[in-house]
Design a protein around this ligand. Structure first.
Ligand SMILES: [Zn+2]
Length: 295
């Protein structure tokens, strides 16, 4: 098999937040009527960008039952997400500052905040985050402002006045590892923990190809030109609704010039002395760094 294709397939199935990671264990709820929560139902209880779980650290599990104890759910609060290991899975939310019942803990799903849950739980939690975000942001028609309603057996929603239909909005963003021989370009944003460097990334613009997005973002953020832009794989990124599309590119010229509106710093690092802190193993950013620079 072409090594580049093998890498793409590896990435699809190995990184969390890609539904591929769940394989045949998960079936999305789209296209089927939502069941009522039963005694075997599992719950993805979201609080902020974290997942609320039962059990001690290291043995966390999703709450199970027709209604998780201590959750005051209203009719319609439970969103059917799909089936996992043959049992229906529902998503619901708790207020950001609500106290958790004894024996429950919240674990962040955000890799940049140190997510450490098993990939399966992160992926299920990510699907739930996106579904809840979509439900919250799609209640009104983006064209005329009237109330929308769910299109039967779809995630999409239809306006009750003008019949405009819209579907979950994913925002494509390109992320790129720029190489120049034994060095690669890393960038950091001011909000990140000290010492952490990652890759140049940005949202695709109107009328832009992915490769064009890479070239523009690199030029805007660090003033460089790149060539040989190659697709390496993608990762769904549910914070709240990005699709990260990963590339490598080779340095083609230009002087390093940091756009300080976007970045705090950017610099070349040699392979023998990479940044002291890198993005978490769960991210496509780290995947690109590990696979195409540090090995
Ligand atoms: Zn409308």
């Amino acid at each position: 098999m072409d090594p580049a294709i093998r890498d793409v397939l590896d990435l699809r199935a190995q990184l969390p937040f890609n539904r591929d990671r769940l394989g045949a264990r998960f079936t999305p709820g789209k296209g089927r009527p939502a069941p009522s929560p039963s005694s075997g139902a599992r719950w993805l209880v979201l609080q902020d960008q974290g997942l609320v779980l039962e059990g001690p650290e290291g043995c966390e599990r999703l709450p199970v039952g027709d209604r998780p104890r201590a959750l005051a759910l209203e009719e319609g609060d439970a969103l059917y997400v799909g089936d996992f290991d043959g049992e229906p899975v529902f998503a619901c939310t708790m207020a950001k500052d609500a106290a958790l019942p004894a024996g429950w803990r919240r674990e962040t799903l955000v890799p940049m905040q140190g997510a450490r849950l098993a990939h399966e739980l992160c992926t299920l939690g990510g699907i739930a985050l996106q579904q809840v975000w979509w439900e919250r942001t799609s209640a009104c028609c983006p064209r005329c402002g009237e109330r929308t309603e769910r299109i039967e057996h779809e995630w999409g929603r239809r306006c009750t006045r003008c019949a405009y239909e819209h579907y979950p909005h994913l925002h494509p963003a390109a992320i790129v590892l720029i190489r120049d021989g034994d060095r690669a370009l890393f960038a950091r944003r001011a909000m990140w923990k000290p010492g952490l460097y990652a890759l140049v990334a940005g949202f695709v613009d109107n009328g832009e190809s992915l490769e064009g997005c890479v070239e523009r973002e690199v030029e805007e953020e660090v003033g460089l030109r790149v060539k040989d832009v190659r697709y390496r794989g993608s990762q769904n990124w549910p914070f709240p609704s990005q699709l990260m599309i990963g590339f490598t590119a080779e340095y083609a010229g230009g002087e390093l010039r940091v756009d300080t509106r976007e970045l705090e710093d950017a610099r070349w690092f040699e392979r023998s002395s990479p940044p002291t802190a890198l993005p978490g193993k769960m991210s496509i950013s780290r995947w690109l760094i590990d696979r195409y620079f540090l090995t």
